[in-house]
Write a protein that binds this ligand. Structure first.
Ligand SMILES: [Ca+2]
Ligand SMILES: [Ca+2]
Ligand SMILES: [Ca+2]
Ligand SMILES: [Ca+2]
Length: 561
């Protein structure tokens, strides 16, 4: 009998018809929408309406609410050895993750888009619904996905919503997170999917279904799939103010430079005119306005996700903590974290937030010249300290140092890690330091061209010579993007200690075509440290964003004499 872990991994190849497939992820999901130029709304013609509120009144913070129903199915049954029932605390975690996605959209939209959520929990302990494969759309080879229509002639998501009293047109987006195999245990490469807002779900709601196949960490997939829904709403609204989100799965086609994580959760704040949110078709986006006395863009109080009242900032002062960064800009310091609007130096590096290029990251952008000795020992004065990340955890911490000399770059890392695991051959399954280098300084993942380097340095090997792996990511070759690079001239040493390890390496310019190590030049990069203690852990932390490596924070380091 098959067990959960033996259920075949799902590589999504959506059926070809109907409806027409206009895009799909790289084995991790799909997005379906009627092509924009065929959108017909003859039965119910809609026109843009002017903003309902007085735009000349700048003491009103205007934004849109996207009415969103989040459905969580807590029960899954495949066979007696493969069933899942989420506990209340697990459901709470899923809700928290979805709320984090709401926060992401609020910040990334310049406080213009509120994913306004109602939750509906459906599961066995409510005497209601258990999802089974028969109720799912079977794509063959054991690949299942939960659509809104009936697959077993008995159940459907849409039936459940009608049973719960929900009516067509009530929500702009229906977001379903459902218990599935591997809910609680191992990784399973299955993806979410999204139908655009014109496929007949509950009237014309966009429909998203995400299996909880990565455990309960649903924030990333929620953001990714919700971006598809917003993309569909933008298209159906005619891309107001020429703001086009473009297809988040095809970031290489973007006509602009952007850093995308591996989840493609591109930074919508970089590409959309914030006011375009206010002109989305009111069929999907409800315009709201709240009082903003000091006109800093943050509402005084009210139902928005961030208000001066919630922040304890002053509704009468644009920059409450007088650090040169407005209360509003503190909220946009990163897309997942704000700097502290009540503290002048959020990261405690001595630079006040308004004068700090990276108010959330302790990062020194200046690299001094010098020639360290590569011996696995970081000696006083040998390097410039570049970045520090200590989570207050004895099992995770890292300080990175750099140096340069003509045609050579030096990196050293002091890693706190109470359990060093280097047992597997593959570099991504063992503890390592990762360095990602954006040679062309035009964005790293899933953008155009090559010269996107990733080096893994693993603290193992004879004579204290660390293992070094290098790849160049060719963005234009989606099926085979990783090309090994010759790292034989990289000199790397390591030392293991009780509480961690030290890595030290020198990288000749010739290893990284496109990069120049000379005075006055800069190098754009980011660092991750991977801590592979036990299956299925392998968490990875980015030193800059302090989040997993799907959301790297890049910095430009300047090489100075
Ligand atoms: Ca305000
Ligand atoms: Ca304020
Ligand atoms: Ca501050
Ligand atoms: Ca600072």
């Amino acid at each position: 009998m098959a067990t959960c872990s033996q259920i075949p991994a799902i590589a999504f190849e959506p059926p070809t018809a109907p409806p027409e497939i206009v895009g799909q992820g790289q084995g991790a999901g799909f997005f379906v929408q009627t092509p924009a130029n065929t959108l017909e709304r003859a039965a119910q013609p809609r026109k843009f309406t002017a903003p309902l509120l007085d735009v000349s009144n700048t003491q009103i913070a205007q934004y849109v609410e996207i009415p969103t129903l989040c459905v969580i199915y807590t029960s899954y049954y495949h066979h007696p050895d493969c069933q899942v029932q989420l506990t209340d605390s697990q459901v709470d975690q899923v809700i928290t993750e979805i709320e984090q996605a709401r926060s992401f959209f609020w910040r990334a939209s310049h406080l213009k888009c509120d994913m306004k959520i109602d939750f509906l929990i459906l599961g066995d302990d409510q005497g209601e619904r258990t999802i089974t494969p028969e109720q799912m759309w079977h794509w063959g080879d054991g690949a299942y996905w939960l659509p809104f229509w009936r697959c077993d002639d008995v159940h459907s998501v849409q039936d459940d919503l009608y049973d719960a009293g929900i009516v067509d047109g009530q929500y702009a987006v229906v977001l379903v997170s459902y218990a599935f195999v591997n809910c609680n245990t191992a990784y399973s490469p299955i993806g979410g999917g999204t139908y655009g807002p014109d496929m007949g779900c509950m009237g014309d709601a966009a429909f998203i279904a995400n299996p909880m196949a990565w455990g309960l960490e649903v924030e990333g997939v929620t953001e990714h799939e919700y971006l598809h829904a917003l993309d569909g709403i933008y298209q159906a609204s005619g891309n107001p103010l020429d703001s086009n989100m473009f297809h988040a799965d095809h970031a290489r086609d973007f006509p602009y430079s952007v850093d995308c994580g591996q989840q493609f959760n591109f930074k919508i704040c970089q590409i959309l005119d914030p006011n375009s949110w206010l002109l989305l078709d009111p069929a999907w986006a409800e315009l709201q306005g709240l009082s903003d006395t000091d006109e800093d863009g943050i509402p005084d109080m009210g139902p928005a996700p961030i208000t001066e009242e919630l922040l304890a900032t002053s509704p009468n002062d644009v920059d409450t903590d007088d650090d040169g960064l407005s209360d509003f800009d503190e909220m946009l310091a990163s897309f997942h974290d704000a700097s502290d609007p009540l503290v002048q130096d959020t990261d405690g590096d001595g630079l006040v937030d308004g004068n700090d290029a990276h108010p959330l990251w302790n990062c020194n952008e200046i690299v001094g010249r010098g020639i360290p000795i590569i011996d696995g020992i970081i000696s006083p004065g040998e390097y410039t300290q570049t970045a520090v990340y200590h989570a207050g955890d004895p099992d995770l911490g890292v300080t990175v140092y750099t140096r340069w000399s003509e045609a050579m770059f030096y990196i050293a890392a002091e890693v706190t890690d109470e359990m060093i695991s280097v047992y597997y051959d593959e570099p991504w399954w063992v503890d390592n330091l990762q360095i990602r280098i954006d040679a062309q300084k035009d964005g790293w993942a899933f953008f155009h061209g090559d010269q996107n380097y990733r080096l893994y340095i693993v603290p193992r090997g004879g004579l204290k010579n660390a293992d070094v792996f290098g790849h160049n990511h060719y963005q234009d070759e989606p099926n085979d993007p990783w090309h090994p690079i010759d790292t034989s001239t990289v000199k790397a040493k390591y030392r293991q200690y009780e509480d961690g390890y030290v890595i030290e390496l020198s990288i000749p310019e010739s290893v990284l075509p496109g990069v120049t190590f000379t005075a006055g030049e800069s190098i754009r990069l980011t660092f991750d440290v991977e801590d592979y203690d036990e299956w299925p852990g392998w968490p990875s932390y980015n030193l800059m964003s302090k989040l997993d490596d799907d959301r790297p924070g890049f910095v430009s380091l300047h090489l100075m004499e």
